[in-house]
Ligand binder design. Structure first.
Ligand code: PMP
Length: 434
């Protein structure tokens, strides 16, 4: 069937949501490792998808799902060892005594539940988030996602702090006399101000919810001490710290397994999602036994699909593959290679204002003028990713201006894959002359 016919049927059958990527939408029919194949058999290098974290259709994940689906799939009201094994394996991945786990189905559900937990155990209702963040799409979590809302439309229990963007934010790394610690203090002062904003509106913080990769802001690396300072401020005001690891988690950053670990912070609650099931929808909330017990006294949380044996089997297989195939170390090594390649690319192209990231998670900030750091038009950024797609490489865009080219491939991404991706970006930038 032609792509345009399928597009037309899709338009009629689906609600007007789920906007398609690229100027010429892509009709994918198969995936294997870091490769995706379209309906005509053309192969694309996947530099975008973190959900198939251990590679598309990894045989061990596929087999774990198929085997478990062939035996039993129920819910967590019955005893089943798989979900127990999974949570036993996850706990030791955290420091700070985080070992109590709720298994859910999406990052949205994880952040929704984490907010409910924080509100229940603190008795506070206020929430603190970064400006321009994204955390999910339920009514509650969309409200916590400030990338699509206007300040005047936000509820009084929500306070927003400027994200620690040292490239384009209020406090910049290249300002004279600005040390990293200075930047941390300045951005942490924004969190302090947000706590004060809540107090003026008679709210205390239940928690600060923070994406430790600031993906929606264009993939940021915060000043070293920012997160620990911010956490102290929130805790002093009686709030908890929720690290949203839906993007940063599962060893993508190369150096650490979790984004919060990079900053030496021990959150009270962590939320997981996307990469956890290797393509299968499974997500989780992890906290301390004390917080879990306090929440458990107030509610009997239940989620029909959360923690079902098939999802748990997929998530266990993902942990096995990461360990057995050394994918954490791969993310670190290929990340170093990418860092060099991206730095070289930035030297050659004026349009690259900043390159941020580590491991297998990078944002390439495209500007129309390096001096003013003005983002390129989102439409031009769209032209670029579509041109890259035509060359057989799939990338995406992020950032509050839609100008940050995002590289976030499956974890088995190799040096050769990295070289191919960089070569194609180089070629497209030369050709398009944006
Ligand atoms: N948190 C972050 C940081 C995310 O990027 C996303 C999804 N893009 C979510 C939460 C929501 O996850 P989901 O789409 O699985 O609900």
């Amino acid at each position: 069937m032609s792509t345009s016919k399928l597009e037309e049927r899709r338009r009629r059958a689906l609600a007007p949501a789920y906007e398609l990527f690229y100027q010429e939408p892509i009709h994918l029919v198969r995936g294997e490792g870091v490769w995706l194949f379209d309906h005509e058999g053309r192969r694309y290098l996947d530099c975008y998808n973190n959900v198939p974290s251990v590679g598309h259709c990894h045989p061990r994940v596929v087999s774990a799902i198929a085997t478990q689906a062939g035996q039993l799939n129920t819910h967590t009201r019955y005893l089943h060892e798989t979900v127990v094994k999974l949570t036993e394996r996850l706990g030791p991945k955290f420091s700070g005594g985080l070992s109590a786990c709720w298994v859910v189905c999406s990052g949205t559900e994880a952040n929704d539940l984490a907010t409910q937990i924080a509100r229940a155990v603190t008795g506070h209702y206020g929430m603190l988030v970064s400006e321009g963040s994204y955390h999910g799409n339920s009514d509650l979590v969309l409200t916590l996602s400030t990338d699509g809302s206007r300040p005047e439309d936000r509820p009084d229990w929500l306070a927003v702090a400027e994200a620690p963007d040292c490239y384009r934010g209020s406090f910049r790394a290249d300002e004279e006399g600005r040390s990293n610690d200075d930047l941390a203090a300045s951005y942490a002062a924004c969190v302090s101000k947000a706590v004060d904003d809540l107090a003026v509106r008679n709210h205390q913080p239940a928690a600060m919810l923070v994406d430790t990769s600031w993906d929606a802001n264009g993939v940021l690396i915060a000043p070293d001490e920012y997160l620990s300072r911010a956490a102290s401020i929130v805790r002093a005001a009686g709030g908890l710290v929720i690290a949203d690891e839906v993007q940063a988690g599962y060893c993508r950053l190369g150096d650490t397994w979790w984004g919060h670990e990079r900053y030496g912070v021990e959150p009270d609650i962590v939320t997981l999602g996307k990469p956890m099931g290797g393509g299968h929808p499974v997500a989780a909330v992890v906290s301390t036994p004390e917080i879990a017990a306090a929440f458990g006294k107030q509610t009997d949380y239940f989620n029909t699909f959360g923690g079902n044996p098939v999802s748990a089997a997929a998530a266990l297989a993902v942990l096995d593959v990461i360990e057995d195939e050394g994918l954490h170390e791969n993310a670190r090594q290929v990340g170093e290679h990418l860092a060099e390649g991206l730095a070289a690319l930035a030297k050659d192209h004026e349009i690259i204002g900043d390159v941020r990231g580590s491991g297998l998670f990078w944002g390439i900030d495209l500007v129309s003028d390096r001096e003013s750091r003005r983002p390129i038009d989102a439409a031009d950024a769209q032209r670029l990713v579509s041109a890259i797609r035509r060359e057989g490489v799939l990338m995406g865009l992020t950032g509050n201006h839609g100008n940050v080219l995002k590289l976030r491939p499956p974890l088995p991404f190799s040096r050769d894959n990295a070289d191919q991706a960089l070569e194609v970006v180089d070629g497209c930038l030369r050709k398009l002359r944006l």
